[in-house]
Design a protein around this ligand. Structure first.
Ligand SMILES: NC(=O)c1ccc[n+]([C@@H]2O[C@H](COP(=O)([O-])OP(=O)(O)OC[C@H]3O[C@@H](n4cnc5c(N)ncnc54)[C@H](OP(=O)(O)O)[C@@H]3O)[C@@H](O)[C@H]2O)c1
Length: 255
């Protein structure tokens, strides 16, 4: 019997906390996917096992992305500028820590130019779907995260989301709430729009659940041309989400 060909799926930020989980899920499901990862450094490549399907490239440099996107069917974008805490913060003294971004690694360069470079490269390579993980909070230009390290991080992430939605490529934009390093598959997931979930008690989600939604998005037509906020009920309440077709069908918003 003939089998449908498995889609080749590239996850970028594959050395990151959520990206790494996505990469592992793709590898574990070798009957469904041909996995690829993109990391920024050889060090990150070694950290995630050093396999030949892990490419090294810097998303700020369009030419360094090309080899990784050649021949892919779907792209999952999990790269992000990462704020760093200024040294010298003493929690016993009260107050708030201060953050900064490295030169050249501000959200404008990573979350805007870097995401745009990936979308352009994937489009040129004939990609059939792009899944982009952004963040809740983007409807509020005065969100406190924007003042972090003077990076305007949510503003630049939102600009990249808009660029993807306007690209003509089937897309899935996932905007999670606060990310938790907790076990996945144990919670009922909730979709929303326009940051409405931020006004509720359910505004966090394990990274492992975000990763699962990214992978499932590649499997269902219902996930295409959609953008949604994503959170979870606390463990032990609700029914753990297993039907992702149904989850994506609940989403009605295109942006
Ligand atoms: N933290 C939260 O509560 C929260 C809430 C909502 C949404 N989000 C968003 O969810 C997503 C996943 O978050 P996360 O915490 O799992 O991510 P993360 O661990 O911070 O990973 C980000 C990845 O991006 C990579 N990267 C950064 N600059 C790059 C460049 N120039 N070229 C190639 N790769 C580059 C990093 O690689 P290196 O390590 O090599 O630099 C890292 O692996 C992010 O977009 C985040 O903003 C987070």
């Amino acid at each position: 019997m003939a089998h449908a060909p498995r889609p080749t799926v590239l996850v970028t930020g594959a050395g990151g906390r959520t990206g790494h989980i996505v990469y592992n899920k793709l590898k574990e499901r070798a009957d469904q996917f041909v996995a690829r990862g993109l990391v920024r450094t050889e060090e990150s490549k070694e950290k995630i096992g050093g396999a030949a399907d892990v490419y090294v490239g810097d998303i700020r440099d369009a030419s360094s992305i090309s080899p990784a996107v050649r021949g892919i069917d779907a792209l999952i974008i999990l790269t992000s500028a990462v704020p760093k805490m200024k040294p010298g913060f003493d929690p016993t003294q009260g107050g708030r820590p201060e953050f900064y971004f490295d030169d050249g690694a501000y959200p404008e360069q990573v979350d805007w130019i870097g995401q745009k470079n990936q979308i352009d490269a994937a489009k040129a390579a004939g990609v059939k779907q792009i899944v982009l993980v952004g963040s809740m909070g983007g409807t509020n230009p005065n969100h406190p995260l924007n003042s972090l390290g003077n990076g305007n991080i949510l503003v630049w992430k939102r600009k990249a989301e808009q660029y993807l939605a306007d690209s003509g490529i089937p897309y899935t934009i996932i905007r999670p709430g606060g990310l938790l390093d907790k076990e996945g598959g144990l919670r009922e997931l909730i979709v929303g729009k326009d940051d409405e979930l931020l006004q509720t008690e359910t505004k966090t989600i394990p990274r492992a659940d975000v990763a699962e939604v990214c992978v499932q998005a590649v499997l269902f037509e219902e996930a295409k041309f959609k953008a949604f906020d994503l959170a979870s009920k606390p463990e032990g309440t609700g029914t753990p989400t297993k039907d992702f077709k149904d989850l994506f069908s609940q989403v009605t918003s295109r942006f």
